[in-house]
Write a protein that binds this ligand. Structure first.
Ligand SMILES: Cc1cc2nc3c(=O)[nH]c(=O)nc-3n(C[C@H](O)[C@H](O)[C@H](O)COP(=O)(O)OP(=O)(O)OC[C@H]3O[C@@H](n4cnc5c(N)ncnc54)[C@H](O)[C@@H]3O)c2cc1C
Length: 416
């Protein structure tokens, strides 16, 4: 379907007619009876999967089914950190693929996702952490991921508001990725949704999947609150709801669902133009374009589907960050929220075929999947179209049965 391109000429043209001629950013279609591919979940990963199915494989008879609104899950609730400084080779490959796709995403989607590679620091605040991050730098250099170890004086230069000699944990240096940064999370979902719609795909919102139908071990379709839909292939990309959907399809996933929280301060003048993660004290922070300090905390200590914040988490997170950034003590906190994250035991994702033929699953991104959206969509599309992808081979759900873990517990030490 021909959606008009956004450009400077479009702004001039619409200015002539008092901006009355803008069309809806994407249509609001009714579901068809059958699609070649159905993706459940219109978060970043589901939408990116659909996008690359169309762009890389010409598969466009696709529906993306969303129970709420576009990007209303974790994609619209995260703190938008983008980086690829993971330890293990399979992780570095998929996260670096994603980071590199972010570099050109705005042009690619014809939608400004405000990618800002402002630089990212993971502070080393104990000897153990320093050793771990130096090891990651060596691994990254071998993997072709550009990171380096920086000493405290360079940290202070990059982050003047930091307290290098913290009361409990001094800053001993940092793992630095100069092309890490942030992007506008909603825009990532909106940009993909618009690009999918432009290829003729149906993005169907406010439509909950209530059942998965299969026959003889092969998928037939889904039941939804807007009726039954048949499909040849089905992608389950529902983050914290993955176990629920897997149960509908008749198998179990090694996923635990937990609420993860974040908060923002009142807006202030620019004071920090990098992203800082302080994993030992457990908090991380960046400054949004509006001037708010965007602060990430931890997960709840028990499994739940609550999708909301709680007061003790604000206290815990802010208290730990004040050690590192004393000026925070004078700021008011404005909002807090939560999302339901999907955690695996080895803190690595699952992109996999399943026991039901034609059903594929993409989940387990846990506290850190925003950064992976384009790489994950790229790889998942290849897996669904061809039956295999070099980027997903190691991320099969069966690795837990075989003990072939991809341990990223250090890289994912703090929620991000
Ligand atoms: C507070 C917080 C901070 C975070 N910070 C970062 C960060 O800084 N950097 C980073 O890389 N990652 C971060 N993350 C993690 C990141 O947000 C997620 O890994 C990522 O957004 C997951 O995207 P998704 O598309 O898989 O899931 P989601 O965006 O959650 O999308 C899944 C969708 O499936 C839909 N759905 C569920 N069940 C059904 C059903 N039955 N029928 C139809 N639709 C259904 C949901 O409504 C939802 O919209 C953070 C997460 C949180 C919560």
């Amino acid at each position: 379907m021909g959606l008009k391109r956004y450009s400077v000429f479009a702004i001039v043209r619409e200015a002539m007619s008092y901006h009355q001629g803008w069309e809806r950013a994407w249509p609001w279609p009714k579901p068809k009876r059958k699609y070649d591919v159905v993706i459940v979940g219109a978060g970043g990963h589901g939408l990116a999967t659909a996008y690359y199915l169309g762009k890389n494989f010409g598969i466009t008879n696709v529906a993306i089914i969303e129970k709420g609104w576009l990007g209303g899950g974790n994609t619209g609730r995260n703190t938008t950190i983008i980086r690829s400084n993971y330890l293990q080779d399979p992780s570095a490959a998929i996260y670096e693929k994603a980071r590199s796709l972010y570099e050109t995403m705005s042009q690619d989607l014809n939608y400004n996702v405000m990618f800002s590679p402002r630089g990212l620091l993971m502070l080393g605040q104990t000897e153990h952490e320093v050793r771990g991050y130096k090891r990651t730098v060596y691994a990254n250099n071998l993997q072709g991921v550009e990171t380096r170890w920086i000493e405290p004086d360079e940290v202070k230069k990059l982050v003047p508001i930091i307290n290098i000699a913290g009361p409990r944990y001094p800053v001993l240096g940092a793992l630095y990725q100069a092309r890490g940064g942030t992007a506008r999370h909603d825009a990532v979902a909106w940009g993909y949704a618009r690009a999918c719609s432009a290829m003729g795909m149906d993005v169907i919102q406010q439509c909950e999947v209530t059942g998965v139908r299969s026959e003889g071990g092969r998928v037939k379709g889904i039941d939804t609150t807007k009726g039954a839909i048949d499909c040849d292939k089905l992608g389950l990309v529902v983050a914290g709801n993955s176990s629920v959907l897997a149960e509908m399809a008749g198998f179990r996933l090694p996923i635990e669902s937990l609420a993860l929280q974040a908060l923002v301060s009142e807006p202030i003048k620019p004071c920090m133009d990098v992203v800082v993660m302080a994993n030992t004290v457990h908090g991380y922070m960046s400054q949004s374009d509006k001037g708010e300090m965007v602060i990430g905390g931890g997960t709840d200590g028990f499994n739940n589907y609550t999708q909301r914040g709680s007061f003790h988490h604000i206290e815990e997170t802010v208290r730990s960050l004040i050690e590192t950034f004393p000026m925070l003590s004078r700021l008011k906190m404005l909002r807090q929220w939560g999302g339901i994250v999907d955690m695996t035991g080895d803190r690595s994702p699952i992109l996999s075929k399943t026991p039901v033929e034609g059903v594929f699953v993409n989940c387990g991104w846990g506290t850190g999947g925003f950064k992976a959206i384009p790489g994950s969509g790229w790889a998942m599309a290849e897996l669904m179209a061809r039956g295999h992808s070099p980027l997903t081979e190691e991320f099969s759900m069966y690795r837990f049965r075989e003990g072939k873990f991809i341990d990223e517990s250090v890289a994912a030490g703090v929620a991000h």
